[in-house]
Design a protein around this ligand. Structure first.
Ligand code: E4P
Length: 214
């Protein structure tokens, strides 16, 4: 399973890259707004840092404008993935950009039928939002199971990118199901390292090493 970090914060991306386990980055307009910085600056810095897939989202609801923005974003670097909403316009724009050879990530997916539409439009990735479904008492990870199964039934090549991840158990469940990618907020990615037995075991090794004669 590939790990993307779900952030527009340059410091977080830099730190996650330094671990050597990061495959890419996903952003969205809310994450960019949270930085308080200009999109142009944030985008330039992310693309300079990360050579794996970087999802950059369109900021219009109009199909023609989505296609124009998608083309412009894709021209910024080979790693750019154009993020489009799962709307009628977004799916049509996905098909048009796919036909031009541009990579796409269809976001705001909340049902298996929507995921079928994304696959039919040739999306490179589909982003089902598990946390937001859990928030309304639905089973986000059950949606991932459904999509993985349906894509397998038909040999769809669209990659299932688990999004709206809220905790480390979501990451574990995504891996168990066999999702292609999990995009994880920095804090949760960081927490994957933690285990009390690793800490105590390492402390003991360090302590015992001091007893070894030189
Ligand atoms: C996906 O790519 C989105 O950026 C993100 O995962 C949304 O998560 P949220 O529900 O925490 O906003």
């Amino acid at each position: 399973m590939k790990f993307f970090v779900d952030t527009a914060d340059i410091g977080e991306i830099r730190r996650a890259l330094a671990w050597g386990i990061l495959d890419g980055v996903t952003t969205n307009p809310s994450l960019v707004a949270k930085t308080g910085r200009r999109f142009e600056d944030v985008k330039r810095e992310i693309l300079a840092l990360c050579h794996g897939p970087v999802s950059l989202e369109v900021t219009t609801e109009d199909e023609a404008e989505m296609i124009a923005q998608g083309k412009a974003l894709a021209a910024e670097g080979p790693q750019v993935v154009v993020k489009l909403p799962l709307t009628r316009a977004g799916i049509a724009a996905c098909k048009a950009l796919t036909d031009l050879g541009i990579k796409t990530n269809v976001t705001l997916c909340f049902s298996a039928n929507q995921a079928i539409l994304a696959a039919k439009a040739g999306a490179t990735y589909v982003s089902p939002f598990v946390g937001r479904l859990d928030d309304i008492s639905m089973d986000g990870m059950a949606l991932i199971e459904d999509i993985v199964q349906i894509y397998r039934n038909y040999g769809f090549t669209t990659q299932v990118l688990v999004a709206s991840v809220r905790n480390p158990v979501h990451v574990l469940q995504a891996a168990r199901i066999g999702a292609d990618v999990c995009t994880v907020p920095y804090g949760i990615l960081d927490s994957l390292f933690n285990h009390p037995l690793t800490d105590s075991g390492n402390a003991k090794f360090m302590q015992d090493w001091k007893k070894v004669p030189e």
